[in-house]
Design a binder for this molecule. Structure first.
Ligand SMILES: NC(=O)c1ccc[n+]([C@@H]2O[C@H](COP(=O)([O-])OP(=O)(O)OC[C@H]3O[C@@H](n4cnc5c(N)ncnc54)[C@H](O)[C@@H]3O)[C@@H](O)[C@H]2O)c1
Length: 278
């Protein structure tokens, strides 16, 4: 999809980090915006500061892990603007724990926000996107965690591997239908955002995470440091997304050096070697 001006973008997780950068880039492109996030206060701030005329901007509190919230988001986007041209399923949360310290509630929260959200969005948006005129594009935010198996974040890794394969499947199915809907999957490495404080937005129904063991706390600290020292910014991610959408490119891997680790994992699989530690 090459034309962004006067088109409509729906972005989840738009109140912070990569989602917020996507919203700013989309605004600069002259797009109408439907911005969704669970954090209503931050979303209200974004609404005040984003350089978009009121009639072209709609914000909505959404818990992306809940199907009814995604259904209502799709209803609002279509009733307000009539079409959705760019759908960014971006909201996500992280948790650092040893695999055996993840509780069932941790799994439900992480898989709900990171993976079920994308499944819900595909179910509620794609039929409408198929029915509308012209080109459109879906961008799912996964992670390099969807291409690797970094220790200390089992549920996150599982959720992001799920987003990668769901995106690949969607892409091939839409191609087979000769649909005018492009698909991309964004796989960043570390980017300085608020992802390491994801618990701030953990819905009450999942309870709070149990205190980490010493080993889990060490992984938590390592993750926080890695996020804070990320070389590429959220704006770099947004620019990479818009470049890829314009070029109809599926894989968006802005931290290109991480591909060495992806290649090593693939070689482990192909030569029957046990996983090389990251
Ligand atoms: N920052 C990184 O290093 C990094 C690396 C790879 C992938 N990612 C992915 O990028 C995406 C954006 O994360 P970020 O780094 O900008 O973090 P962030 O915490 O700055 O932004 C995430 C946004 O998602 C929102 N959110 C959380 N739970 C939600 C829910 N249930 N419903 C709706 N919104 C919810 C938060 O309120 C927040 O505004 C995520 O999918 C994340 O997994 C981030």
């Amino acid at each position: 999809m090459r034309e962004f001006n006067d088109r409509t973008a729906v972005i989840t997780g738009a109140a912070s980090g990569i989602g917020l950068a996507l919203a700013h880039r989309a605004a600069r492109e002259g797009m109408r915006l439907v911005l969704a996030d669970i954090d209503e206060a931050m979303l209200a701030e974004v609404k005040k500061t984003l350089p978009v005329p009121g009639e072209a901007l709609c914000t909505r509190r959404v818990d992306v892990s809940r199907e009814e919230d995604i259904a209502a988001l799709a209803d609002e986007a279509y009733s307000r603007f009539g079409a959705v041209h760019l759908l960014c399923n971006n909201a996500g949360v992280g948790l650092s724990r040893l695999a055996w310290e993840h509780t069932a509630a941790d799994w439900s929260w992480i898989l709900g926000v990171n993976l079920w959200s994308v499944a819900h969005a595909i179910h509620h948006f794609v039929p409408r996107m198929l029915a509308q005129e012209g080109e459109s594009h879906i961008v799912n935010t996964a992670s390099v965690a969807g291409l690797l198996s970094t220790p200390g974040m089992a549920a996150y890794n599982v959720s992001k591997h799920g987003v990668v394969t769901l995106s690949e499947t969607l892409y091939t199915e839409l191609q087979a239908q000769q649909a005018r809907i492009g698909v991309s999957v964004l796989c960043p490495a570390w980017v300085p955002t608020a992802i390491h404080t994801s618990e701030r937005n953990r819905p009450e129904r999942f309870g709070m995470a149990t205190p980490p063991s010493t080993a889990s706390a060490a992984y938590q600290e390592r993750m926080a440091q890695a996020v804070k020292s990320g070389r590429l910014t959220a704006d770099d991610m947004a620019n990479a997304v818009f470049d890829a959408v314009a070029a109809n490119r599926f894989y968006i891997i802005p931290h290109s050096r991480i591909k060495q680790a992806v290649r090593l994992r693939m070689e482990d699989i192909l030569v029957d070697r046990n996983p090389t530690p990251l």
